[in-house]
Design a protein around this ligand. Structure first.
Ligand code: PLP
Length: 452
């Protein structure tokens, strides 16, 4: 076996030219590679590992479930871990979201939601509703439906000719770039939401099936929370036109922002919520789609069968791991920790980067933070994509023993760069300080190359 991904590897790696270090063990917020180098995981990969790595309680739950029942196909059986996890989530979900469909990740959760929305409308006698509206600068996954749904041009470009979903996109709620000088948060929120109403009217209200949005935009625009009032207005618009409201909390949900569901902080109850990453926290691949009870009853009272399914839905070991993950978060008061330490982390970032000539915005909620880099703070002009700033930051961070999640296309889908930070909820204040130190070094090194 090679020490790093290279020509001798039989693994079809993400980047076939890259040489990846071999990760051999996890130790709380640290990942250790085969050479013994330790990486402080400040993004949980991509906002996944919210309990850090190898959490003893979750490891034990996985062992026990594997020793009891590893798998039972959901066309034949339900299982105790799936039932218990669904009870746990339904009891804590926003009012009315009482049914939970388990899948193996975020793309599957959104793919399922697309089909569910469609079947609900057909069963309610509105078969014309087949058009979806989502937002620019968004990501909902990489399967064909979810990819088409998202508004991430770089990820979609190659596949354009095979993305058949009827979808259109409206501007996101992105205050740093779209709020006008002197415009209040409330006025901006209403204006941003109005883009949805205009699009529904343009398409024809009787044809629109659902509106999908990330509650807090993740990797495409670099952790962009909505302004207060935006989603309440979105809810009103969806209700006015019979459009279902789906919030994608694959990245922002499950405590990442300091509440179990990110939308709790926006005072709205959507019709459907999708979650994944923090649900099993990387200990097992699992995602879920939570659905309003009365919508599930539409199918229950009609066809009865949801026309969808995968072999591994509701996998007992994945559900057991997710249930234990969520119990640890609750037992150890980690949501409270995310709220208070999240503020401390934001202060640390502002203190270090707030006056940085290449940092335009530092934003987010809880342990979900984004730093947007700009070539010019006054004009907010982004770095051009070919400069590859985000990738350079990632490479320098890795060399310096830091895992963070830089991305590009931040400003408009093409240009612009950000760094996404999503530390595990168990990270200490000292470790957060180390993240800031190592990130500063990586950003400085990358900017030196970009200027050269
Ligand atoms: N939705 C959002 C908001 C995401 O951030 C992601 C992944 O980054 C997905 C969906 C897709 O999830 P997965 O990669 O687990 O399929």
């Amino acid at each position: 076996m090679p020490d790093a991904g290279n020509a001798r590897s039989h693994v079809f790696h993400r980047d076939l030219k890259a040489a990846y270090p071999v990760a051999v063990s996890g130790d709380g917020p640290w990942i250790v590679d085969k050479a013994g180098k330790r990486y402080l995981d400040a993004s949980g990969g991509a906002a996944v590992s919210c309990l850090g790595h190898r959490h003893p309680r979750v490891v034990k739950a996985i062992r026990e479930q594997a020793g009891t029942l590893e798998f039972a196909h959901t066309a034949f059986f339900t299982s105790e871990p799936a039932e218990e996890l669904a009870d746990f989530l339904a009891a804590r979900a926003p009012e009315g979201l009482g049914r939970v469909y388990f899948v193996s990740g975020g793309s599957e959760a959104n793919e399922m939601a697309l089909k569910l929305v469609r079947q609900i409308h057909v069963e309610r006698g509105e078969p014309k509703r087949a058009h979806f509206i989502a937002r620019e600068q968004s990501y909902h996954g990489n399967t064909l439906g979810a990819l088409a749904l998202g508004g991430n041009p770089a990820r979609k470009e190659l596949y354009g000719p095979i993305l058949g979903l009827p979808v259109s996109h409206v501007a996101p709620c992105y205050a740093y770039r779209h709020q006008r000088d002197g415009e209040s948060d409330e006025a901006y929120g209403l204006r941003a939401a109005k883009a949805l109403e205009d699009e529904i009217v343009r398409v024809g209200p009787e044809k629109v099936a659902a509106f999908f949005a990330e509650t807090v935009v993740g990797a495409t625009a670099g952790v962009v929370p909505p302004v207060p009032g935006y989603f309440r207005e979105i809810r009103r618009i969806c209700d006015r036109y019979g459009v279902l409201m789906v919030l994608d909390e694959v990245m922002s949900g499950m405590g990442r922002t300091g509440t179990l569901f990110a939308c709790e902080q926006d005072g709205v109850v959507p019709d459907i919520i999708t979650v994944a990453k923090g649900l099993g926290a990387g200990h097992q691949p699992i995602g879920a789609t939570l659905v309003r009870e009365d919508l599930a009853r539409v199918i229950e009272g009609g066809d009865g069968v949801f026309r969808h399914g995968h072999t591994y839905i509701g996998h007992p070991i994945a559900c057991a791991a997710a249930l234990e993950t969520q119990k640890v978060i609750e037992d150890e008061g980690l949501l409270e920790r995310v709220r208070t330490a999240g503020d401390v982390f934001q202060d640390m970032l502002v203190e270090r980067f707030g006056q940085h000539p290449r940092v335009g915005d530092i934003r987010g909620r809880g342990f979900f933070r984004g730093i947007e880099l700009v070539a010019d703070r006054e004009t907010k002009q982004p770095f051009a994509r070919p400069k590859g700033l985000a990738n350079r930051i990632k490479a320098h961070a890795m060399a310096g023993g830091l895992v963070c999640y830089p991305g590009n296309g931040t400003a408009d889908g093409i240009d612009g760069d950000h760094v996404l930070l999503a530390p595990p909820f168990i990270m200490s204040d000292d470790e957060l300080g180390l993240v800031v130190d190592r990130l500063e070094t990586a950003i400085t090194q990358a900017l030196t190359e970009v200027r050269a």
